[in-house]
Design a protein around this ligand. Structure first.
Ligand code: SME
Length: 162
């Protein structure tokens, strides 16, 4: 397994995602343990984009439970429909929140978080199996480039593990 990733310098977010996707595939290819792969993917995303918080919440019966992440301490359990993560899970849709304070029911794990994107991972039975949550210290930090890039990363994980 590669011990480091190569990031293109002075380039657009799209180019960074484009470069990361095959590298993420290569990193998870030899490893069959989901949590190990989620841990490395959160580290890769943190290193690539300096996100404030990036990590996974896994579906555990009727709640989401905190999985591998990079960033400050986070809440461990989220109910279906609650916060951005629980809403993304319920709606089975990626949610981009430009200003978290304007999102009804947003769960503030840190007062420093200003904007957020949550991507649900949906298996072949149309069930959400986990969500990828990314938080930024800046307002309006996420757009459809992040949505496309992060959705591709999530679908690579689903293809391998679910
Ligand atoms: N803000 C999220 C909770 C998780 S933390 O941001 C890490 C939410 O509203 O679901």
């Amino acid at each position: 397994m590669a011990e480091s990733i190569t990031l293109p310098k002075n380039t657009s977010k799209i180019e960074v995602y484009k470069s990361l996707i095959p590298q993420i595939e290569a990193v998870i290819e030899p490893e069959n343990y989901l949590i190990a792969n989620l841990a490395n993917i959160s580290a890769i995303l943190k290193e690539a984009f300096y996100f404030f918080w990036v990590g996974f919440y896994l579906v555990d019966e009727n709640q989401l439970v905190l999985g591998p992440f990079q960033g400050p301490l986070a809440c461990t359990r989220i109910e279906l429909g609650k916060g951005v993560c629980g809403s993304s899970w319920q709606k089975k849709q990626t949610l981009i929140v430009p200003d978290v304070e304007k999102f009804p029911g947003h769960i503030a794990c840190s007062a420093l978080s200003k904007s957020e994107i949550v991507v649900p991972a949906i298996n072949q039975n149309n069930q959400v199996v986990f969500v990828l949550d990314v938080d930024s210290e800046h307002f309006n930090n996420f757009n459809n480039e992040d949505q496309n890039g992060l959705e591709q990363i999530v679908s690579i994980i689903v293809k391998k593990h679910f």
